[in-house]
Design a protein around this ligand. Structure first.
Ligand code: FAD
Length: 396
């Protein structure tokens, strides 16, 4: 009751046990034996401004209550899953954005598709956005860090930010340039993102072609593209579509065709196969030069493969079945990617131990009590098990 009273002036506060249960999960598939490591939040608060966020953080710091920020909960890396009894900060009510002199400034709870529609009405468009754009939020995608539609031309979200407004225990401030690396892809462990200034492009029409070709041939067709993704025949048949490997190549100039147009139209309904039963989707990032080598390996052991080409790397999404054997396969995929100079796509709760010294030192300084999304930087029960299994696979 005392906790609820402290937060009640910040708009909506939820503490109904059934509602709190929803906030225990995101899109991550959790094996039953691990579910006991997930903690139910004490309360969910929905702040309306950066000032609210700063005040909530002051209360949490005073009472040493951990904080877990949350957007739409679509990440599959468990970043928004509470590993300690905590306050969940849900950004649903901070969803405003404005377009000012060609600049898009959005609150962290703004949904990507809503911004894209408004930009389009103004002759502008987002440069990059995730395929979960229909529901996912600005703060969530930046905190997960990632590639998406448009990354072939414009790179990751990190390259498409002008500045971020951050709240930490020292207050509210704007960060720019190199300093933004502390907040992009660090899952809210170093500060809460409350606003972002996002780069846009002129809304040139996107023309798409579908080309049936091998993966190696696909790589030679990327020049000048805005977006490109490749699906192998196994992936396509899981989706229930044609069964020939296909490259979707889209550009702001150039020609399109009917199949390309149809595939582009489906870009925001990805992972259709996930709705046909539980699956694991390991995601890894490879340098361009080792993509073919990795493809040959991943193609053999996965049930389907989708590849998204970005400016500086190639993102692989492998479809595997459910269960422990497939989890081991997923880990093997990560290990092979690492051997070829790649890395797991995002860290979150599952791969939380792999941050560099610079980031870890900053965490100790800015959050000495480890209240910001605890367990998502350093080891936790999940990442420890994954680390151990990874070692076993490697020595086997
Ligand atoms: C169908 C589907 C398609 C997807 N496509 C893509 C894709 O194309 N590219 C891609 O990269 N990912 C993709 N994802 C993964 C995920 O949807 C994205 O990363 C998404 O943008 C996460 O946003 P969210 O609002 O759901 O964040 P959440 O899942 O709620 O949160 C993600 C992380 O960010 C933290 N966080 C949330 N808000 C804040 C904040 N304001 N400040 C600090 N930290 C915060 C959370 O604690 C958590 O650690 C996809 C997922 C699905 C289910």
């Amino acid at each position: 009751m005392l906790v609820k009273d402290s937060f009640s002036r910040f708009g909506t506060v939820e503490d109904h046990p059934e509602v709190l249960k929803i906030y225990c999960y995101d899109f991550t598939l959790i094996p039953r034996i691990f579910s006991r490591f997930i903690k139910r939040p004490i309360i969910v608060v929905q702040p309306r401004s950066a000032e609210d966020v700063a005040e909530i953080m002051r209360i949490c710091e005073r009472h040493e209550i951990p904080i877990v920020p949350r957007g739409a909960g679509t990440s599959a890396y468990g970043g928004a899953i509470p590993l300690k009894s905590c306050v969940v900060m849900d950004f649903k009510r901070m969803c405003n954005f404005e377009i000012r002199d060609g600049e898009l400034v959005a609150q962290s709870g703004a949904v990507w598709i809503e911004m894209e529609r408004e930009l389009n009405r103004n002759g502008e468009a987002l440069r990059v956005y995730p395929t979960s754009a229909n529901v996912s939020t600005v703060g969530g995608w930046i905190a997960q860090g990632g590639y998406g539609i448009g990354s072939l031309r414009y790179g990751s979200i990190a390259e498409n930010l002008k500045w971020l407004e951050i709240v930490d225990f020292e207050g509210i401030r704007i960060v720019k340039g190199e300093e933004m690396r502390y907040y992009v892809g660090t899952f809210g462990c170093l500060g809460i993102i409350t606003r972002a200034c996002i780069k846009t492009r002129k809304n040139e029409p996107i023309n798409c072609r579908a080309v049936h070709c091998s993966f190696e041939e696909a790589i030679s067709m990327l020049e000048g593209g805005y977006h490109a993704s490749f699906k192998n025949s196994k992936y396509l048949s899981l989706e229930g579509f044609g069964a020939k490997d296909v490259l979707l190549i889209c550009s702001e100039k150039g020609d399109g065709d009917e199949t390309g147009k149809m595939m582009w139209g489906r870009r925001l309904i990805p992972l259709r196969i996930a709705s046909k039963g539980k699956r694991i989707f390991p995601e890894v990032v490879l340098p361009h030069e080792n993509a073919v080598k990795f493809y040959e390996y991943a193609e053999r052991i996965s049930e389907g493969l989708e590849v998204v080409f970005a400016k500086d790397c190639v993102v692989f999404i492998a479809a595997l079945g459910n269960g422990y054997r497939n989890m081991l396969k997923a880990l093997k995929i990560v290990k092979i990617a690492e051997k070829l100079g790649g890395r797991v796509y995002a860290r979150g709760m599952l791969f939380s131990s792999g941050y560099g010294k610079d980031i870890s030192d900053y965490k100790k300084r800015i959050d000495p009590k480890n209240l910001l999304n605890p367990g998502k930087m350093g080891w936790n029960a999940f990442s420890m098990s994954i680390g151990l299994l990874g070692k076993l696979i490697w020595t086997a």
